[in-house]
Design a protein around this ligand. Structure first.
Ligand SMILES: C[S@@+](CC[C@H](N)C(=O)[O-])C[C@H]1O[C@@H](n2cnc3c(N)ncnc32)[C@H](O)[C@@H]1O
Length: 438
């Protein structure tokens, strides 16, 4: 597919979708709905770097960029506001220091503890997170008992093994719950699947931990290059704290910012955030939402009018948002105005992202941003071209827009307008926007 009005190039990068990571060592530890593939990052590193360099990912997720950069001998730094994703990325980046045999011994002790607890009917000491509320019980009673016992065992372990037990639980916790990703978190029953009355919690956690032990040995052997610190994850908003990175010190930026599709990272990781103790009240989640690029449609739809920042002096972006704003006024907050508000905030945050990128990158360095387009209220919003134009006013030149992936599933909200045939013949695609720091 060609992006309208923009020269595109095919074949420069392999598909950035995360699916391919599911079988890859270390990447397979934690599923992340909007992650990208390690092959995509490998291509980017090989194409743009010669010798040990500094690689930056402002929206690091579970650390695909950081892990690949670290494996290839580069210094890696990322920013991530979601504490669970940041925790997972840090654990992966520490994999090369892990003693696999020590972990395997703890797994054996865990299995013995869980088996003995089942035999003796031990009462768990851990309690479910008090403020974590769901419409239907997240765990059935038999499953919850096993989860709490697993947490009791985890509490007896020392770092870093304790963290891996926590991560193994987090990575498997939805599987034995009454919820699933469709792709947003929802009840299994609503998707026509049975609830989980009972399940092999210990087996799922132990299998994940054995996978980690195997991958830790692999990571140590595969990690090449000079002696260096582990990749670093800054658990703060890149938009606010990019000056954490020394000016002009980064040689390559590889990232995928949140898309303009309202995919709700915070709501979709609520079980992980609460059960791991990263959040203890709805206010904690609200604070994360406010930091997220675009701050979500739900937080913008009620405002009378949110405009583009005056520094985004672009007639086409403005006209597109105006078109969205005029659509479906009869739908109230569900109509065009709310979506135009959200889009305005989103592009304002894109400008802040690019200001930060311009600060961190040395002159001549490349920034690669994987981004999906959007269809809002039936209006096609070419986020890739808009991102490029905002960047051109902020110290970058556009080197190209690549389209490695021509179709993708939309979020439920965006998709519904496509399904309803309101998209005016547009389709959802994903692009790599390649920018060069002047
Ligand atoms: C598309 S995902 C990135 C996934 C990543 N490429 C990977 O492979 O795991 C975008 C990430 O940006 C994070 N994020 C959103 N707003 C942010 C901000 N202001 N600063 C840092 N991270 C942010 C989200 O929590 C989410 O994990």
């Amino acid at each position: 597919m060609n992006v309208p009005g923009q020269a595109t190039e095919r074949g420069a990068f392999r598909d950035p979708a995360f699916m391919a990571n599911r079988a890859a060592p270390v990447h397979r530890w934690v599923p992340w709905i909007a992650g990208f593939s390690r092959q995509f990052v490998q291509d980017a590193l090989a194409r743009h770097l010669r010798g040990p360099s500094v690689v930056l990912d402002p929206f690091a997720g579970v650390g695909t960029t950081l892990v690949e950069a670290d494996l290839a001998g580069h210094a890696a730094v990322g920013f991530e506001i979601n504490p669970y994703a940041a925790f997972a990325a840090r654990a992966k980046l520490g994999a090369h220091r892990l003693a696999p045999d020590g972990l395997r011994a703890s797994v054996a002790a865990f299995e013995a503890f869980m088996a003995e607890s089942a035999r003796t009917g031990r009462t768990p000491e851990a309690a479910p997170p008090a403020a974590f509320r769901t419409r239907a019980p997240f765990y059935s009673p038999a499953v919850e008992r096993k989860v709490l016992l697993a947490l009791d065992f985890t509490a007896t372990q020392e770092a870093p093994i304790r963290d891996l037990f926590r991560l193994a639980f987090a990575a498997t916790m939805v599987g034995y719950s009454n919820y699933s990703y469709e792709p947003s978190l929802g009840r299994k029953a609503s998707a026509g699947r049975p609830e989980v009355e009972d399940g092999d919690v210990a087996g799922a956690i132990a299998d994940k931990l054995r996978e980690m032990a195997e991958d830790a040995a692999w990571y140590r052997a595969a990690r090449t290059g000079p002696e260096r610190d582990d990749g670093r994850v800054v658990e703060r908003s890149f938009l606010e704290d990019y000056a954490e990175v020394a000016e002009g010190s980064a040689d390559l930026l590889v990232t995928s910012p949140p898309y303009l599709n309202n995919y709700h990272y915070n709501r979709n990781t609520r079980p992980h955030l609460y059960w791991l103790g990263f959040c203890s009240s709805p206010g904690d989640l609200k604070r994360l939402e406010a930091l997220n690029v675009g701050t979500y449609w739900q937080n913008a739809r009620d405002e009378a009018r949110i405009d583009l920042d005056p520094t985004i002096d672009d007639a086409e972006i403005r006209a597109t948002l105006d078109e969205v704003r005029e659509r479906n006024p009869e739908k109230g907050v569900y109509g065009g105005n709310g979506w135009a508000n959200y889009a305005a905030r989103y592009f304002n945050d894109c400008a802040r992202f690019l200001d930060g990128a311009a600060w961190c990158l040395r002159p001549g360095a490349t920034a690669l941003a994987v981004i999906g387009n959007s269809i809002l209220q039936g209006v096609s919003v070419p986020t890739d071209r808009f991102l490029a134009r905002i960047a051109e006013a902020r110290g970058f030149e556009l080197a190209g827009i690549h389209v490695p992936r021509e179709t993708r599933a939309g979020s439920s909200i965006v998709e519904s307008s496509v399904r309803a045939g309101k998209a005016g013949g547009s389709a959802l695609y994903e692009s790599v926007v390649e920018l060069r720091r002047r």
